[in-house]
Design a protein around this ligand. Structure first.
Ligand code: GLU
Length: 265
């Protein structure tokens, strides 16, 4: 199966947008990207697809709104930044989608919510209701209440849990990397993009992991973890670079390459 075929076959798609994709290099929110992305989602939804968005960027939006606390690492400041930034982030998404004739609904989850059967069922019901009624759910971790013990910590894993909860057909992770390479492409010119992953265990043996980069919490490892979780439920995962305008369309038409993790392996 190719990426083009995986997208063509999917009706229910979870798309994760990373902080580095949402923010410009100076750390401010990339409004042009959001407008462009919302209009691609709207076209997909008019074509009968159902979409749920997992959007990072609360912290980066908090910093770009406040112009303070960028270097504060204390938990209370990080949570306060997310409380500020999440509102800004949702304002931007709801404005962008409204221009395309779509409403958005905000869902904020913690790890414990997924672990508690009753809460998970309620989340699932809300998610289904929003989507069935044509509203785009915009999901993030509830960063201002989630302390270390109850944090998922990165939105790669959050989007995996969401795809499983919703029983999605496909998860797309848009990041600032083009996919999984055999080695770090920034330091090794011979590094090769791996376009299809059939066995995650073999992949782990064959590649060299880099660290976390950009503004987000995840790195290559959290993306592989997310793919492993999701694929175990029979849901394929695509990892691609979301930075270019029309990234979703380009991926669907084969103009943009990435890594496809095949399900059930
Ligand atoms: N939930 C975090 C935020 O919105 C981002 C986590 C991540 O980058 O994966 O700032």
């Amino acid at each position: 199966m190719t990426i083009v075929e995986a997208i063509a076959a999917a009706r229910k798609i979870v798309i994760k947008i990373g902080s580095s994709t949402l923010a410009k290099p100076d750390g401010t929110i990339n409004r042009a990207f959001m407008l462009d992305f919302a209009s691609q989602c709207a076209a997909m939804s008019r074509a009968g697809r159902q979409l749920a968005l997992v959007s990072s960027g609360a912290q980066v939006a908090g910093i770009s709104t406040l112009h303070r606390w960028a270097r504060k690492t204390d938990m209370n400041y990080r949570q306060a930044l997310c409380a500020i930034g999440q509102v800004e982030l949702m304002n931007e998404w709801s404005g962008a989608f409204r221009l395309c004739g779509l409403h958005t609904g905000q869902l904020l989850f913690t790890k414990e919510d997924f672990e508690d059967g009753k809460r998970a069922l309620n989340m699932r019901n809300t998610l289904f209701t929003l989507i069935d009624e044509g509203v785009i759910p915009v999901i993030n971790e509830n960063d201002s209440v989630a302390c270390d013990e109850i944090r998922i910590g990165d939105n790669d894993n959050l989007s995996a849990l969401t795809a499983i909860l919703w029983n999605a057909d496909l998860l797309i992770l848009f990041s600032d990397i083009d996919g999984i390479y055999t080695n770090n492409p920034k330091t090794d010119p011979a590094a090769r993009l791996i376009e299809t992953v059939e066995s995650i265990a073999e992949l782990r043996e064959g590649i060299t992991m880099g660290g976390v980069n950009g503004f987000g919490a995840g790195g290559v490892e959290t993306k592989i973890e997310a793919a492993e979780k999701t694929c175990a439920y029979g849901i394929p995962v695509i990892l691609a670079n979301g930075a270019n305008l029309a990234a979703l369309d380009s991926l669907a038409s084969g103009r943009l390459r990435g890594t496809l993790f095949l399900a059930g392996k």
